[in-house]
Write a protein that binds this ligand. Structure first.
Ligand code: 5CA
Length: 442
Protein backbone atom coordinates (compact mmCIF):
# COMPACT_ATOMS: atom_id res chain seq x y z
CA UNK A 1 0.00 0.00 0.00
CA UNK A 2 1.25 3.48 -0.90
CA UNK A 3 0.46 6.02 1.79
CA UNK A 4 -0.60 8.50 -0.91
CA UNK A 5 -3.45 6.08 -1.79
CA UNK A 6 -4.31 5.22 1.79
CA UNK A 7 -6.69 6.81 4.29
CA UNK A 8 -4.68 7.48 7.42
CA UNK A 9 -6.08 10.57 9.15
CA UNK A 10 -3.37 11.01 11.83
CA UNK A 11 -3.76 13.77 14.40
CA UNK A 12 -0.78 15.87 15.39
CA UNK A 13 -2.33 17.06 18.65
CA UNK A 14 -3.46 14.98 21.60
CA UNK A 15 -7.25 14.74 21.55
CA UNK A 16 -8.59 16.28 24.75
CA UNK A 17 -11.38 13.77 25.29
CA UNK A 18 -9.00 10.82 25.59
CA UNK A 19 -8.09 9.98 29.18
CA UNK A 20 -5.96 6.89 28.64
CA UNK A 21 -3.02 6.25 26.37
CA UNK A 22 -4.63 3.62 24.13
CA UNK A 23 -7.61 5.89 23.39
CA UNK A 24 -5.27 8.78 22.66
CA UNK A 25 -3.05 6.72 20.37
CA UNK A 26 -5.94 5.08 18.52
CA UNK A 27 -7.40 8.51 17.72
CA UNK A 28 -4.01 10.00 16.84
CA UNK A 29 -3.09 7.06 14.59
CA UNK A 30 -6.39 7.41 12.72
CA UNK A 31 -7.67 3.97 13.76
CA UNK A 32 -11.13 4.88 15.04
CA UNK A 33 -13.66 7.67 15.01
CA UNK A 34 -16.33 8.21 17.64
CA UNK A 35 -19.84 8.45 16.15
CA UNK A 36 -21.80 8.72 19.39
CA UNK A 37 -20.94 8.06 23.04
CA UNK A 38 -19.32 4.61 23.11
CA UNK A 39 -19.96 3.94 19.41
CA UNK A 40 -17.06 3.91 16.95
CA UNK A 41 -16.25 3.54 13.30
CA UNK A 42 -13.11 1.58 12.53
CA UNK A 43 -10.91 3.30 9.93
CA UNK A 44 -8.55 1.30 7.64
CA UNK A 45 -5.60 0.98 10.04
CA UNK A 46 -7.83 0.02 12.98
CA UNK A 47 -9.85 -2.41 10.86
CA UNK A 48 -6.67 -4.20 9.80
CA UNK A 49 -5.64 -4.78 13.43
CA UNK A 50 -9.14 -5.93 14.34
CA UNK A 51 -9.05 -8.42 11.44
CA UNK A 52 -5.64 -9.74 12.50
CA UNK A 53 -6.95 -10.35 16.01
CA UNK A 54 -10.03 -12.10 14.56
CA UNK A 55 -7.66 -14.31 12.55
CA UNK A 56 -5.70 -15.46 15.61
CA UNK A 57 -8.88 -16.09 17.58
CA UNK A 58 -10.38 -18.14 14.74
CA UNK A 59 -7.25 -20.26 14.37
CA UNK A 60 -7.09 -21.03 18.08
CA UNK A 61 -10.82 -21.63 18.52
CA UNK A 62 -10.81 -24.01 15.54
CA UNK A 63 -7.70 -25.76 16.86
CA UNK A 64 -9.54 -26.39 20.13
CA UNK A 65 -12.47 -27.95 18.27
CA UNK A 66 -14.95 -25.04 18.20
CA UNK A 67 -17.02 -24.44 15.04
CA UNK A 68 -17.70 -20.97 13.67
CA UNK A 69 -21.25 -19.77 13.02
CA UNK A 70 -22.80 -16.31 12.78
CA UNK A 71 -25.82 -15.24 14.75
CA UNK A 72 -27.61 -11.92 14.15
CA UNK A 73 -27.14 -8.75 16.21
CA UNK A 74 -30.91 -8.31 16.60
CA UNK A 75 -32.76 -10.91 18.67
CA UNK A 76 -36.46 -11.52 19.38
CA UNK A 77 -37.27 -10.73 23.00
CA UNK A 78 -39.35 -13.89 23.45
CA UNK A 79 -36.22 -16.04 23.80
CA UNK A 80 -35.25 -13.83 26.72
CA UNK A 81 -38.73 -14.16 28.27
CA UNK A 82 -38.15 -17.92 28.22
CA UNK A 83 -34.83 -17.76 30.06
CA UNK A 84 -36.20 -15.20 32.50
CA UNK A 85 -33.35 -12.78 31.74
CA UNK A 86 -35.37 -10.12 29.90
CA UNK A 87 -36.21 -8.23 33.08
CA UNK A 88 -33.04 -9.16 34.97
CA UNK A 89 -30.71 -7.63 32.42
CA UNK A 90 -32.00 -4.13 33.08
CA UNK A 91 -31.14 -0.90 31.33
CA UNK A 92 -27.94 -2.16 29.74
CA UNK A 93 -30.06 -3.95 27.14
CA UNK A 94 -31.13 -1.90 24.16
CA UNK A 95 -34.77 -2.86 23.56
CA UNK A 96 -36.50 -1.97 20.30
CA UNK A 97 -39.76 -2.72 18.49
CA UNK A 98 -40.15 -3.64 14.85
CA UNK A 99 -42.98 -2.29 12.64
CA UNK A 100 -45.30 -5.06 13.85
CA UNK A 101 -44.60 -3.84 17.39
CA UNK A 102 -42.81 -7.05 18.25
CA UNK A 103 -40.26 -6.67 21.05
CA UNK A 104 -36.73 -7.09 19.82
CA UNK A 105 -33.34 -6.27 21.28
CA UNK A 106 -29.79 -5.61 20.16
CA UNK A 107 -27.94 -8.63 21.60
CA UNK A 108 -25.66 -7.97 24.58
CA UNK A 109 -24.75 -11.70 24.54
CA UNK A 110 -26.17 -14.87 22.92
CA UNK A 111 -26.84 -17.62 25.50
CA UNK A 112 -30.57 -17.66 24.71
CA UNK A 113 -30.21 -17.73 20.95
CA UNK A 114 -27.59 -20.48 20.94
CA UNK A 115 -29.73 -22.56 23.32
CA UNK A 116 -32.60 -22.15 20.85
CA UNK A 117 -30.37 -23.33 17.98
CA UNK A 118 -29.22 -26.31 20.03
CA UNK A 119 -32.70 -27.44 21.06
CA UNK A 120 -33.89 -27.26 17.45
CA UNK A 121 -31.37 -29.83 16.19
CA UNK A 122 -29.65 -31.87 18.89
CA UNK A 123 -31.40 -34.74 20.67
CA UNK A 124 -28.79 -37.20 21.93
CA UNK A 125 -25.61 -37.38 23.99
CA UNK A 126 -24.06 -39.11 20.96
CA UNK A 127 -23.95 -35.74 19.12
CA UNK A 128 -21.90 -34.15 21.92
CA UNK A 129 -19.63 -32.47 22.86
CA UNK A 130 -20.35 -29.47 20.69
CA UNK A 131 -18.84 -25.99 20.79
CA UNK A 132 -20.16 -23.21 18.53
CA UNK A 133 -18.73 -19.71 18.39
CA UNK A 134 -19.23 -16.49 16.51
CA UNK A 135 -17.60 -13.09 16.19
CA UNK A 136 -20.30 -10.46 16.25
CA UNK A 137 -21.03 -6.91 17.43
CA UNK A 138 -22.76 -6.58 20.78
CA UNK A 139 -24.52 -3.64 22.37
CA UNK A 140 -24.59 -2.85 26.08
CA UNK A 141 -25.94 0.52 27.09
CA UNK A 142 -23.19 1.10 29.66
CA UNK A 143 -23.88 3.94 32.13
CA UNK A 144 -20.36 5.26 31.64
CA UNK A 145 -18.88 4.32 28.31
CA UNK A 146 -15.26 5.52 28.53
CA UNK A 147 -11.69 5.00 27.52
CA UNK A 148 -12.58 4.65 23.84
CA UNK A 149 -13.10 1.05 22.72
CA UNK A 150 -11.99 -0.21 26.13
CA UNK A 151 -15.48 0.29 27.57
CA UNK A 152 -17.76 1.11 24.69
CA UNK A 153 -21.46 0.54 24.12
CA UNK A 154 -21.08 -1.24 20.80
CA UNK A 155 -18.16 -3.69 20.81
CA UNK A 156 -16.93 -6.74 18.95
CA UNK A 157 -17.00 -9.98 20.92
CA UNK A 158 -16.03 -13.56 20.20
CA UNK A 159 -18.49 -15.71 22.10
CA UNK A 160 -18.32 -19.49 22.16
CA UNK A 161 -20.87 -21.84 23.73
CA UNK A 162 -20.22 -25.44 24.78
CA UNK A 163 -22.75 -28.26 25.14
CA UNK A 164 -22.01 -31.48 27.03
CA UNK A 165 -23.98 -34.42 28.32
CA UNK A 166 -22.49 -34.46 31.83
CA UNK A 167 -20.40 -32.45 34.28
CA UNK A 168 -17.12 -34.27 33.56
CA UNK A 169 -17.34 -33.64 29.86
CA UNK A 170 -18.45 -30.00 30.50
CA UNK A 171 -15.28 -29.49 32.60
CA UNK A 172 -13.18 -30.87 29.73
CA UNK A 173 -14.84 -28.37 27.36
CA UNK A 174 -14.19 -25.54 29.84
CA UNK A 175 -10.55 -26.59 30.14
CA UNK A 176 -10.07 -26.67 26.36
CA UNK A 177 -11.26 -23.08 26.11
CA UNK A 178 -9.10 -22.10 29.08
CA UNK A 179 -5.97 -23.41 27.33
CA UNK A 180 -7.03 -21.93 23.97
CA UNK A 181 -7.27 -18.53 25.72
CA UNK A 182 -3.74 -18.83 27.08
CA UNK A 183 -2.51 -19.37 23.53
CA UNK A 184 -4.64 -16.59 21.99
CA UNK A 185 -3.41 -13.84 24.31
CA UNK A 186 0.20 -14.99 24.21
CA UNK A 187 0.18 -14.84 20.42
CA UNK A 188 -0.87 -11.20 20.71
CA UNK A 189 2.17 -10.50 22.86
CA UNK A 190 0.12 -10.19 26.06
CA UNK A 191 0.75 -11.60 29.51
CA UNK A 192 -2.63 -12.58 30.85
CA UNK A 193 -3.50 -14.15 34.14
CA UNK A 194 -6.66 -16.22 34.61
CA UNK A 195 -8.51 -15.30 37.79
CA UNK A 196 -11.55 -16.70 39.55
CA UNK A 197 -14.26 -14.12 39.09
CA UNK A 198 -17.79 -13.08 39.84
CA UNK A 199 -20.21 -14.58 37.28
CA UNK A 200 -22.49 -11.49 37.19
CA UNK A 201 -25.20 -11.30 34.51
CA UNK A 202 -24.19 -14.56 32.82
CA UNK A 203 -24.58 -16.73 35.92
CA UNK A 204 -23.24 -20.10 37.05
CA UNK A 205 -20.77 -21.02 39.75
CA UNK A 206 -17.49 -21.31 37.89
CA UNK A 207 -15.79 -18.61 35.89
CA UNK A 208 -12.36 -17.20 35.11
CA UNK A 209 -11.52 -13.76 33.87
CA UNK A 210 -8.38 -13.36 31.75
CA UNK A 211 -6.65 -10.22 32.90
CA UNK A 212 -3.92 -8.21 31.22
CA UNK A 213 -1.83 -6.33 33.76
CA UNK A 214 -1.78 -2.61 32.92
CA UNK A 215 -1.72 0.53 35.06
CA UNK A 216 -4.85 1.88 33.41
CA UNK A 217 -6.90 -1.27 34.07
CA UNK A 218 -10.34 -0.70 35.54
CA UNK A 219 -10.09 -3.33 38.26
CA UNK A 220 -7.60 -4.18 40.99
CA UNK A 221 -6.22 -7.71 40.85
CA UNK A 222 -4.18 -9.73 43.33
CA UNK A 223 -1.99 -12.65 42.34
CA UNK A 224 1.19 -14.62 42.82
CA UNK A 225 4.20 -13.49 40.80
CA UNK A 226 4.79 -17.13 39.80
CA UNK A 227 2.22 -16.55 37.04
CA UNK A 228 4.70 -14.46 35.15
CA UNK A 229 6.86 -17.57 34.59
CA UNK A 230 4.43 -20.40 33.81
CA UNK A 231 4.95 -21.64 30.22
CA UNK A 232 2.12 -21.40 27.69
CA UNK A 233 1.44 -24.59 25.66
CA UNK A 234 2.71 -24.73 22.09
CA UNK A 235 0.59 -25.02 18.93
CA UNK A 236 0.97 -28.79 18.74
CA UNK A 237 -0.71 -29.43 22.08
CA UNK A 238 -3.41 -32.09 21.74
CA UNK A 239 -6.62 -30.34 22.78
CA UNK A 240 -8.46 -33.66 22.86
CA UNK A 241 -6.20 -35.28 25.43
CA UNK A 242 -8.38 -34.33 28.41
CA UNK A 243 -5.81 -35.31 31.05
CA UNK A 244 -3.02 -33.18 29.54
CA UNK A 245 -5.33 -30.19 29.16
CA UNK A 246 -6.58 -30.59 32.74
CA UNK A 247 -2.99 -30.63 33.99
CA UNK A 248 -2.24 -27.36 32.23
CA UNK A 249 -5.34 -25.77 33.76
CA UNK A 250 -4.32 -27.07 37.19
CA UNK A 251 -0.88 -25.50 36.77
CA UNK A 252 -2.47 -22.20 35.74
CA UNK A 253 -4.99 -22.12 38.59
CA UNK A 254 -2.81 -23.29 41.48
CA UNK A 255 -1.04 -20.05 42.47
CA UNK A 256 -3.24 -17.43 44.07
CA UNK A 257 -5.08 -15.05 41.72
CA UNK A 258 -8.26 -13.08 42.36
CA UNK A 259 -10.10 -10.05 41.15
CA UNK A 260 -11.15 -7.43 43.67
CA UNK A 261 -14.58 -8.97 44.20
CA UNK A 262 -13.14 -12.41 44.97
CA UNK A 263 -10.02 -11.33 46.87
CA UNK A 264 -9.61 -12.55 50.45
CA UNK A 265 -6.75 -10.71 52.08
CA UNK A 266 -6.91 -12.90 55.18
CA UNK A 267 -6.65 -16.25 53.39
CA UNK A 268 -3.82 -17.59 51.20
CA UNK A 269 -2.77 -14.02 50.40
CA UNK A 270 -1.86 -13.40 54.05
CA UNK A 271 0.45 -16.42 54.02
CA UNK A 272 2.31 -15.43 50.85
CA UNK A 273 5.69 -13.66 51.10
CA UNK A 274 5.80 -9.98 50.22
CA UNK A 275 8.03 -10.83 47.22
CA UNK A 276 5.44 -13.22 45.76
CA UNK A 277 2.52 -10.81 46.08
CA UNK A 278 1.55 -8.88 43.02
CA UNK A 279 -1.25 -6.37 43.37
CA UNK A 280 -1.86 -4.41 40.21
CA UNK A 281 -4.50 -2.99 37.95
CA UNK A 282 -5.79 -5.16 35.17
CA UNK A 283 -7.88 -5.17 31.99
CA UNK A 284 -10.37 -7.99 31.54
CA UNK A 285 -9.94 -9.21 27.97
CA UNK A 286 -11.76 -12.52 28.28
CA UNK A 287 -14.22 -14.27 30.55
CA UNK A 288 -15.21 -17.94 30.56
CA UNK A 289 -18.18 -19.45 32.40
CA UNK A 290 -19.59 -22.83 33.25
CA UNK A 291 -23.27 -22.41 34.13
CA UNK A 292 -24.55 -25.94 33.65
CA UNK A 293 -28.33 -25.94 33.07
CA UNK A 294 -29.13 -22.27 33.78
CA UNK A 295 -30.49 -21.75 30.24
CA UNK A 296 -31.08 -25.32 29.03
CA UNK A 297 -33.51 -26.09 31.87
CA UNK A 298 -35.95 -23.18 31.46
CA UNK A 299 -35.63 -23.27 27.68
CA UNK A 300 -36.14 -27.03 27.40
CA UNK A 301 -32.83 -27.91 25.68
CA UNK A 302 -32.98 -31.60 26.56
CA UNK A 303 -30.87 -34.51 25.39
CA UNK A 304 -31.25 -38.25 25.68
CA UNK A 305 -28.58 -39.53 28.11
CA UNK A 306 -26.70 -42.84 27.99
CA UNK A 307 -29.26 -44.23 30.46
CA UNK A 308 -32.10 -43.54 28.00
CA UNK A 309 -33.48 -40.66 30.09
CA UNK A 310 -33.85 -37.05 28.95
CA UNK A 311 -32.01 -34.30 30.82
CA UNK A 312 -31.04 -30.65 30.22
CA UNK A 313 -27.72 -30.21 28.43
CA UNK A 314 -24.78 -28.79 30.39
CA UNK A 315 -23.47 -25.49 29.04
CA UNK A 316 -20.67 -22.98 29.28
CA UNK A 317 -19.89 -19.72 27.49
CA UNK A 318 -16.57 -18.15 26.60
CA UNK A 319 -16.17 -14.49 25.67
CA UNK A 320 -13.32 -12.35 24.38
CA UNK A 321 -13.63 -8.59 23.95
CA UNK A 322 -12.06 -8.24 20.53
CA UNK A 323 -12.31 -4.48 20.14
CA UNK A 324 -11.17 -4.04 23.77
CA UNK A 325 -8.15 -6.22 22.99
CA UNK A 326 -6.88 -3.71 20.43
CA UNK A 327 -6.77 -1.08 23.19
CA UNK A 328 -5.33 -3.54 25.75
CA UNK A 329 -2.44 -4.40 23.44
CA UNK A 330 -1.65 -0.69 23.04
CA UNK A 331 -1.79 -0.16 26.81
CA UNK A 332 0.73 -2.98 27.18
CA UNK A 333 2.95 -2.00 24.24
CA UNK A 334 3.73 1.65 23.48
CA UNK A 335 6.30 4.35 24.23
CA UNK A 336 6.37 8.14 24.16
CA UNK A 337 6.40 8.15 20.35
CA UNK A 338 3.41 5.90 19.79
CA UNK A 339 2.21 2.35 19.40
CA UNK A 340 4.56 -0.67 19.21
CA UNK A 341 2.59 -3.48 17.57
CA UNK A 342 3.52 -7.06 18.31
CA UNK A 343 4.39 -8.71 14.98
CA UNK A 344 1.36 -11.01 14.77
CA UNK A 345 -1.21 -8.22 14.88
CA UNK A 346 0.63 -5.31 13.28
CA UNK A 347 -1.50 -3.63 10.57
CA UNK A 348 1.47 -3.82 8.17
CA UNK A 349 4.70 -5.79 8.62
CA UNK A 350 7.02 -3.06 7.35
CA UNK A 351 6.87 0.69 6.83
CA UNK A 352 9.10 2.00 4.03
CA UNK A 353 9.94 5.69 4.24
CA UNK A 354 10.94 7.54 1.11
CA UNK A 355 12.60 10.56 2.70
CA UNK A 356 12.66 12.63 -0.49
CA UNK A 357 9.76 11.94 -2.85
CA UNK A 358 10.42 13.61 -6.21
CA UNK A 359 14.08 12.60 -6.09
CA UNK A 360 14.35 10.04 -8.87
CA UNK A 361 16.80 7.80 -7.00
CA UNK A 362 14.67 7.78 -3.87
CA UNK A 363 11.46 7.16 -5.82
CA UNK A 364 12.87 4.28 -7.86
CA UNK A 365 14.77 2.67 -5.04
CA UNK A 366 11.96 2.85 -2.48
CA UNK A 367 9.52 1.46 -5.08
CA UNK A 368 11.94 -1.39 -5.82
CA UNK A 369 12.24 -2.13 -2.06
CA UNK A 370 8.45 -2.11 -1.83
CA UNK A 371 7.98 -4.54 -4.72
CA UNK A 372 10.70 -6.94 -3.55
CA UNK A 373 9.42 -7.01 0.04
CA UNK A 374 5.81 -7.42 -1.06
CA UNK A 375 6.74 -10.35 -3.28
CA UNK A 376 8.75 -11.87 -0.41
CA UNK A 377 5.40 -12.00 1.45
CA UNK A 378 5.62 -8.86 3.61
CA UNK A 379 2.69 -6.48 3.81
CA UNK A 380 4.29 -3.03 3.40
CA UNK A 381 3.17 0.57 3.74
CA UNK A 382 5.30 2.87 1.57
CA UNK A 383 5.30 6.49 2.71
CA UNK A 384 5.62 8.26 -0.63
CA UNK A 385 3.99 11.50 0.56
CA UNK A 386 5.56 14.89 0.13
CA UNK A 387 6.21 15.74 3.81
CA UNK A 388 9.16 16.75 5.95
CA UNK A 389 11.36 13.80 6.98
CA UNK A 390 10.74 14.57 10.67
CA UNK A 391 7.00 14.35 10.23
CA UNK A 392 7.32 11.08 8.29
CA UNK A 393 9.43 9.54 11.05
CA UNK A 394 6.93 10.70 13.67
CA UNK A 395 3.97 9.22 11.78
CA UNK A 396 5.75 5.91 11.25
CA UNK A 397 6.66 5.70 14.95
CA UNK A 398 3.10 6.67 15.92
CA UNK A 399 1.45 3.89 13.90
CA UNK A 400 3.94 1.42 15.35
CA UNK A 401 4.83 -0.97 12.51
CA UNK A 402 7.49 -3.39 13.83
CA UNK A 403 10.11 -2.56 11.20
CA UNK A 404 10.99 0.55 9.18
CA UNK A 405 13.03 0.64 6.00
CA UNK A 406 14.34 4.16 5.41
CA UNK A 407 15.44 5.34 1.96
CA UNK A 408 17.28 8.66 1.55
CA UNK A 409 18.93 10.21 -1.55
CA UNK A 410 22.47 9.20 -0.62
CA UNK A 411 21.64 5.67 0.49
CA UNK A 412 19.45 5.15 -2.58
CA UNK A 413 22.39 5.91 -4.88
CA UNK A 414 24.56 3.46 -2.94
CA UNK A 415 21.86 0.77 -3.02
CA UNK A 416 21.57 0.97 0.75
CA UNK A 417 18.73 1.33 3.24
CA UNK A 418 18.50 1.99 6.93
CA UNK A 419 16.55 -0.56 8.96
CA UNK A 420 14.90 0.61 12.16
CA UNK A 421 13.47 -1.73 14.75
CA UNK A 422 10.46 0.12 16.23
CA UNK A 423 10.66 -1.57 19.61
CA UNK A 424 14.36 -1.14 20.41
CA UNK A 425 14.80 1.97 18.27
CA UNK A 426 18.06 0.60 16.83
CA UNK A 427 18.95 1.68 13.30
CA UNK A 428 21.37 -0.11 10.99
CA UNK A 429 22.54 0.85 7.50
CA UNK A 430 23.05 -2.02 5.07
CA UNK A 431 22.75 -2.96 1.42
CA UNK A 432 19.19 -3.79 0.34
CA UNK A 433 20.31 -7.38 -0.33
CA UNK A 434 21.52 -7.72 3.26
CA UNK A 435 18.32 -6.03 4.43
CA UNK A 436 16.20 -8.69 2.73
CA UNK A 437 18.19 -11.43 4.50
CA UNK A 438 18.02 -9.52 7.78
CA UNK A 439 14.25 -9.00 7.52
CA UNK A 440 13.62 -12.58 6.43
CA UNK A 441 15.54 -13.83 9.43
CA UNK A 442 13.66 -11.70 11.99
N1 5CA B 1 -21.70 -14.45 27.13
C1 5CA B 1 -20.55 -14.27 27.97
C2 5CA B 1 -19.36 -15.00 27.45
S1 5CA B 1 -19.48 -15.46 25.84
C3 5CA B 1 -20.25 -12.79 28.13
O1 5CA B 1 -20.95 -11.96 27.62
N2 5CA B 1 -19.22 -12.50 28.90
S2 5CA B 1 -18.75 -11.02 29.33
O2 5CA B 1 -19.87 -10.25 29.74
O3 5CA B 1 -17.75 -11.20 30.32
O4 5CA B 1 -18.13 -10.34 28.07
C4 5CA B 1 -17.06 -10.95 27.39
C5 5CA B 1 -15.94 -9.97 27.14
O5 5CA B 1 -16.41 -8.87 26.38
C6 5CA B 1 -15.36 -9.35 28.38
O6 5CA B 1 -14.38 -10.20 28.97
C7 5CA B 1 -14.77 -8.07 27.86
O7 5CA B 1 -13.44 -8.31 27.37
C8 5CA B 1 -15.67 -7.71 26.70
N3 5CA B 1 -16.57 -6.61 27.06
C9 5CA B 1 -17.62 -6.64 27.91
N4 5CA B 1 -18.21 -5.44 27.99
C10 5CA B 1 -17.51 -4.60 27.16
C11 5CA B 1 -17.61 -3.22 26.80
N5 5CA B 1 -18.57 -2.45 27.29
N6 5CA B 1 -16.73 -2.70 25.93
C12 5CA B 1 -15.75 -3.48 25.40
N7 5CA B 1 -15.59 -4.79 25.70
C13 5CA B 1 -16.46 -5.35 26.56
Amino acid sequence: MHLSNYFLPVLKENPKEAEIISHRLMLRAGMIRQQAAGIYSWLPLGKKVLDKICGIIREEQNRAGALEILMPTIQPANLWYESGRYDDYGKEMLCIQDRQERDMLYGPTNEEMITDIFRSYIRSYRELPLNLYHIQWKFRDEIRPRFGVMRSREFLMKDAYSFDSDYKSACASYNRMFVAYLRIFTRMGLKTIPMRADTGQIGGDLSHEFIVLADTGESMVFCDRKYLKIPVPSANINFFDDATIENIVRQWTKPYAATEGMHNKDGIWAKMTEGDRLSARGIEVGHIFHFSTKYSLPMGALIMGQNGKKHPVSMGSYGIGLSRLVAAVIEASHDDNGIIWPKEIAPFDIGIINIKPGNIHCDNFSQMCYEKLQSAGFDCLLDDCDEQAGSKFATMDLIGLPLQVIVGPRSAMAGEVEIKDRKSGTRKAMSFKDAINHIGGI
